[in-house]
Design a protein around this ligand. Structure first.
Ligand SMILES: [Zn+2]
Length: 183
């Protein structure tokens, strides 16, 4: 085991007690399966838009439509304070949709506890996001935004769990959660 792997193992075991989510599937075929089956996580009767119906609004229209904290993140690429989102604790089965336009972006199966204080996912619904590099903190980071409304959601890192190794670090205010079953 090399140092990097050892370090990852130690960090992973430190967070293991908090890992209350199902472990990600152990192979990429498993990931493909859970990317394909995302529709089964949408609550029965819920109408969700598709990526092919773009939602373009002016900044003022977005300002009127969104709560102030969601506007700052989605339309001004701000970042919420770590640990502030109730979605950190969300463990029910269901689908996470864009708070700007309602497009499904993640399922509960894609979520894991990263220990960062932001809702984190090891993959996303195919076609939901576009990525681009930003240089906000001098070094390049991969920013991702909703393909339908262009809203900024978060940043993509390569220190996530296997097999994808991805960590989609998402602002909670940029998401809404639709539980598959009503309580
Ligand atoms: Zn959107």
């Amino acid at each position: 085991m090399d140092r990097r792997t050892l370090l990852k193992t130690l960090v992973a075991s430190a967070f293991a007690s908090r890992a209350a989510y199902a472990a990600p599937p152990a192979n990429m075929k498993g990931i493909e399966e859970l990317q394909k089956n995302w529709k089964s996580f949408v609550p029965a009767g819920a109408a969700v838009p598709s990526p092919g119906e773009p939602l373009k609004l002016s900044k003022d229209e977005w300002r009127k439509r969104l709560p102030a904290d969601a506007f700052r993140v989605l339309r001004e690429e701000s970042t919420e304070r770590a640990g502030t989102s109730a979605l950190n604790e969300e463990k029910r089965a269901g689908v996470f949709v864009c708070a700007g336009c309602g497009l499904p972006v993640f399922t509960s199966e894609m979520k894991y506890e990263s220990g960062t204080g932001w809702p984190s996912f090891f993959t996303s619904i195919p076609g939901a996001f576009e990525t681009k590099k930003d240089y906000f903190l001098i070094y390049p980071r991969t920013e991702y935004h909703c393909i339908r409304c262009g809203g900024h959601h978060g940043h993509l890192f390569d220190d996530g769990p296997p097999p994808t190794g991805q960590r989609w670090c998402n602002n909670g205010v940029a998401l809404r959660f639709l539980p598959r079953q009503s309580a």
